[in-house]
Design a protein. Sequence first.
Length: 207
Amino acid sequence: MSPYFKNVQDELTIFSPYFVPGKKGTAALVELAERGARVRILTNSLASNDVGLVHSGYAKYRKPLLRGGVELYEMNKKLTREQRKEKKGPGGSSKASLHAKSFVFDRRQVFIGSLNLDPRAVVHNTEIGVVIESPKIGEDMATVFDAVIEAAAFRLELVKNANGSEGIRWHGRVDGEEKTFTVDPYTGFWRRFGVGFMSLLPIESQL
């Protein structure tokens, strides 16, 4: 997959439920953004992620990515009223989480497969996928992203706090109204504390 990422000129869109870019991956994505490409990433939020340990590996890279011009979006666990009505039914659920794993390169090439962008998937696991050369599919996927992202996910913003430190804000919709969170949406203190503690452990290669 490396050549496809390196050859991006204008835009890279990533859908990855588990996203742990590591130092090298973060540097590569920031480099793309710094040379003028639009880099957009959709992954699970802490509330919608079913593996807190993986989220701990991702969370520490959010600020460097945002600082470098990468756009980060995290799934909104709570669906809108309209989405809940559509999803509920036989086997349905009102909780939203991301499952798709795909990358769109310059709206011309699309990877669809089982690969998450995390160390375990890239280094340890055997994954499968296909790269499709299709401007039509690439354009359609990017257009759908544009159309639904505000309703389906929180947009992360890096801000300067009053004391000069950096903080993250989550902007999204709650029951159709714009809302901003100053901590991971829909999470309690102990869950955030646990993820923060796990991020200190030297286990990233196993995530």
